[in-house]
Write a protein of this length. Sequence first.
Length: 278
Amino acid sequence: MHWLPLAFAMEFGFGQLFKWSERRNLYAPVVVSANYLVVAGLLALYALSRGELAVDDRTLQLGLVTGTVFICSMLAMTRALTLVKASAVLTAFRLALVVPTAVSALVWNEPLTELQAAGALLALVALVLMTRDAGALLHLGNMRNLALVLLVFCLQGTSLTCLRWVQYAGIGGDQPKFLMVTGLVAGGWGALYLLVNRRRPQKSELATGAGIGLYNLAALMVILTALSQVPGTVFFPMMGCTVVVLDNLAARFLWKERLSPATLAGIALALAAICITL
């Protein structure tokens, strides 16, 4: 359990770093792609230093799938934010934790006590309240926007499910190589996207992406370690809930944004959900 608070804190920090990069008007696909390539590069150097660069088929296959889903999720969200209200996109992104939670319970038969189930349900209610103007999901305007938001939901849910899949694919002890392949694939697809769109990266975007990549590597290792010790049915609702609580507190005290009464009520419910579940 001691890995849980660190995993939640690292996930929160990752989101805040991207928020900081957006406020500097940096192009998100460049930052994201550079981030993944740095993760892959560092892990490749580590593997080379140990003379263990070879990757088995199972790790390669899961890394290919995860890397592709990771970059598609980020690009879909970036695109959605240019067409749909940010509140609707972020609501879909946060609620995507329903996917790995359901898969953990229904496919992998992970344990879920009545108290944990109540906590998970409370966490979902809290998430809706804490995500500003969540009702924007009901007013997307047209089917294209609805489809785009649903795509963000599905891709992010699949991304989180892939992280849980590591434990059931039998590669839990080979996490660095899995992340190396994931980073290389995600960064490679991202670079191809930039090439097709003829977008030349700026030095500030590459530098920011590299810095975030260093942080992301540590965050992913911590999250995978926590997932190896806690059922996904507990981990995902609590991570989503805790991170959104921290996001809102940062919005109020760091970014000087106002919190609505609904958001404050959501924070209170989230804290109750965390206490019930843990």
